[in-house]
Design a protein around this ligand. Structure first.
Ligand SMILES: [Zn+2]
Length: 395
């Protein structure tokens, strides 16, 4: 982290001063005001709530301008830890995990050539785990440019992980994840996770069956995105996606000894869909059902992220496969999106302690609890338009 990441600069130059004089969070109920309508209704009511200190664009007349911004203070604490960390901690551990997942591939292809059922299943599991680490943890870190300090290499890794391995377009992936989801977390119509909703599917199908089609749907969605790309980018994406899919197919035929087209494609689908269920679950559990904000009255960044993001508990399997930033450090990841998985884990105690000290929310819930919530409140969470929350503040 030799170069000052863009996010640091943005936070200090754009966000700096916005959080000034923010009063501590005095309990969820005291601060939440839920509008029943959608964003249009919110804009039309024109209600002026005395929440300037928590909302962007407000607080200009606040007193005590010497007081440091909460976000800047937290950023300084995190930045200090980042600067004191070695390359191994900042990038090395995560790069090693990704490299190990590639090293799992040769034994996986060889084991898939076995006629013994148990050995064959072991090969499937190895390939499924390897594919998930590469396409979930790898594509996520690559989309954030966290794998290299060089922007050129960051672009190369984004194309490799997102297009070759993930069968999606790097440009659309980075745009939707970085420029929409991270920039506008839980803002209605921008980063409200509505792309994950398929309201016409029954809850059982959405939660437990449809995710299995992710490996098929992903390249099809990518194809649909190509019309927004230049001819050169579209051609590159098609070639890279084809290369990734064909490489696995070719290796299954020539290394594992598959002889039938359909069994080869079925094996590819099963390996690629092995972690699709938790992938979809995690993506909806950590934002949907939490406060959603109006695009015109969005809270300042630290309130937006602490109210609109939730951490799941540590889970050895998901921590490794998805990465800490998608599981138990999602709050930290949204506050500091350029940090690697390992650095998110390292700064977690600092972030959680700071937020608790300042009486800001630090939201955590278990996987099972979220699954039960989404199952029982599926209509409310995944079908109906979410209501807007305004952080009213201590008045
Ligand atoms: Zn992210």
């Amino acid at each position: 982290m030799q170069n000052v990441p863009k996010e640091w600069r943005e936070e200090q130059s754009v966000g700096g001063g916005r959080d000034k004089d923010v009063k501590p969070w005095k309990g969820r109920e005291a601060l939440f005001q839920k509008n029943t309508g959608n964003s249009k209704q919110d804009m039309s009511t024109g209600k002026e709530k005395k929440n300037g200190e928590m909302m962007n664009g407000g607080g200009k007349g606040m007193e005590g301008t010497d007081k440091e911004s909460l976000m800047m203070e937290l950023t300084r604490l995190v930045q200090k830890t980042v600067k004191e960390s070695s390359w191994w901690e900042r990038r090395g551990i995560d790069i090693t995990i990704l490299a190990l997942s590639f090293l799992l591939l040769p034994p996986a292809f060889l084991l898939l050539g076995s006629s013994q059922a148990l050995v064959f299943v072991l090969g499937m599991v190895l390939m499924g785990v390897s594919h998930a680490v590469i396409t979930i943890k790898g594509t996520h870190l690559a989309s954030h440019g966290s794998l290299s300090e060089s922007t050129t290499w960051a672009d190369v890794w984004a194309v490799f992980f997102i297009e070759v391995c993930g069968s999606f377009t790097a440009r659309a992936g980075v745009t939707s994840h970085i420029k929409m989801h991270h920039a506008h977390t839980n803002v209605i119509g921008l980063g409200d996770s509505s792309t994950w909703k398929i309201p016409y599917l029954p809850r059982g199908v959405y939660l437990f069956i449809a995710p299995l089609a992710v490996p098929v749907i992903t390249p099809l969605v990518a194809l649909g995105q190509l019309k927004e790309h230049s001819m050169g980018q579209a051609l590159r994406t098609v070639l890279m996606v084809f290369l990734g899919l064909y490489a696995q197919y070719w290796l299954l035929i020539h290394v594992s000894g598959f002889q039938c087209l359909y069994s080869t494609l079925l094996c590819m689908l099963l390996c690629r869909a092995m972690f699709s269920l938790p992938y979809i679950h995690v993506n909806i559990f950590q934002h949907i059902g939490l406060p959603m904000f109006s695009p015109t009255r969005r809270p300042k960044r630290i309130y937006q992220m602490t109210h609109g993001v939730l951490n799941l508990p540590r889970n050895p399997l998901l921590d490794w496969i998805f990465g800490h930033s998608l599981i138990n450090c999602h709050v930290e990841h949204h506050l500091f999106p350029f940090l690697s998985d390992n650095m998110c884990l390292k700064v977690k105690p600092i972030v959680s302690q700071y937020l608790k000290e300042k009486e800001l929310p630090y939201q955590e819930d278990s996987y099972l609890s979220r699954l039960q919530l989404f199952f029982h409140k599926y209509q409310e969470l995944m079908v109906f338009v979410p209501s807007i929350t305004e952080l009213v503040g201590v008045q």
